[in-house]
Ligand binder design. Structure first.
Ligand SMILES: *Cc1c(COP(=O)(O)O)cnc(C)c1O
Length: 395
């Protein structure tokens, strides 16, 4: 059996999303900047997609900027506000310790340019509070950037409350909503969001396309110089097929959100409850305030990498943290941020589901994962020391 349980890394494209691309690859392939009829047809499709995406978040079409994905949207959003902050002598930014690297590394770059960055503690539950944000805001704060839902442990942040605090203080609020878009309800006005990043491939759309919402009145700066595309804010011929497909995937995800979440939650809870029975294991992140799709656990005495390789041999596609951290031997910064010690953080497993998963696949994982954990522990010198009492169990 092959089980794909790595939907936080990327999702399979839906049939609808694939179908939505085809006309712009085959027939309407003209450049939307061209004045001829096919070009104008492409321009109309682009305009239509922008309106459809805007509608999904309750904003205006002119507040949507298409990008090459979530990373670019995060970079552009944060750097745009930083530019303004620099000009006004406001060089303080607030974020959290467990943001995606697209945010954290952008903030690191700004730190080198003289910005002061406050990374809020997310505590063992993996949640920040509006009060924490409020306390951290200073007169020189130009930006607060807090992710909507965490990509590793799935915890959902109180975005409306954080947005309200920012609005009251006159500070711009950006949220990396890449894990939330299409999975949680978003209304940028109701939730006091000034800027928001999304990525199509996290909701069954294509890779390499995303969007940045920017509330009107906030000045956007270019990352990519070039033509007048995206109202002069991002040079480069538009990825029409990708953009139209993203709009369709997003509408579809939102239309079926409640139904999908209900199905996914039922499977996820059964999976999480079953795996929790494995001794000396712990669930990472708050159990309630989390995406319905996410399970993240640590198992004492084993290496996450070995676990993934063995699960892969059993046909289970999982992850130890984010796709971006695997490949490096450093433990996940997210697990460290919620206070997991290094040796525990190394033994992590993330399973992320979607509506295409089945109850049979959950049964299969509930059979294989405890077996593989037990197998690896039997071979582990660390586990032997724990069992013989030469080391103390941490979990
Ligand atoms: C996947 C992801 C990104 C990056 O999006 P890309 O489109 O792959 O660049 C950013 N933030 C979060 C929370 C993500 O999950």
């Amino acid at each position: 059996m092959q089980v794909y349980a790595d939907n936080a890394a990327t999702t399979k494209m839906s049939k609808k999303a694939i179908d939505a691309m085809i006309p712009y690859l085959e027939g309407v392939y003209a450049n939307p900047s061209s004045l001829h009829t096919p070009g104008q047809e492409a321009a109309e499709a682009l305009m239509d997609a922008r309106e459809r995406v805007a509608k999904c978040f309750g904003c205006e079409a002119r507040e949507i900027y298409f990008t090459s994905g979530g990373s670019e949207a995060d970079n552009q959003g944060i750097l745009s506000v930083a530019k303004k902050g620099e000009r006004l002598g406001k060089k303080h930014i607030i974020s959290t310790a467990f943001e995606h690297h697209a945010v954290l590394h952008t903030l690191k770059k700004l730190e080198k340019q003289g910005f002061e960055i406050t990374l809020l503690d997310v505590g063992e539950k993996g949640l920040v509070t509006p009060e924490q944000v409020k306390e951290a805001i200073r007169p020189e704060t130009c930006l607060v950037t807090v992710m909507y839902a965490n990509n590793e442990i799935g915890t959902i942040q109180p975005i409306s409350g954080i947005g309200k605090v920012c609005r009251e203080a006159g500070v711009i609020f950006h949220t990396d909503a890449v894990q939330a878009a299409g999975h949680l309800k978003i209304d940028v006005n109701e939730q006091n969001i000034d800027m928001l990043s999304i990525s199509a491939h996290k909701f069954h759309g294509p890779k390499g396309v995303g969007a940045l919402y920017v509330k009107k009145g906030i000045v956007v700066h270019n990352l990519i110089e070039g033509g007048a595309q995206e109202r002069g804010k991002r040079g480069g011929t538009e990825n029409i097929a990708g953009i139209c497909s993203m709009a369709t995937a997003l509408e579809d995800a939102i239309e079926n959100m409640d139904k999908n979440n209900e199905k996914i939650l039922k499977m996820r809870n059964r999976l999480m409850d079953g795996l929790s029975k494995i001794p000396h294991s712990i669930i990472n992140g708050d159990k309630e305030m989390r995406l319905s799709s996410n399970v993240n656990m640590c198992f004492e005495g084993i290496e996450g990498e070995s676990l993934l390789l063995m699960l892969d041999m059993e046909g289970i596609c999982a992850s130890s943290g984010s796709a971006c951290t695997s490949g490096s031997l450093d433990p996940s910064h997210v697990l460290l941020s919620i206070g997991r010690p290094h040796e525990i953080a190394h033994g992590s497993l993330r399973l992320s589901l979607c509506e295409y998963n089945t109850e049979e696949e959950i049964d299969y994982m509930l059979e294989k994962i405890p077996y593989v954990v037990g197998y690896l522990r039997n071979m582990s010198p660390v586990w032997r020391d724990l069992e013989e009492g030469k080391r103390n169990h941490v979990i």
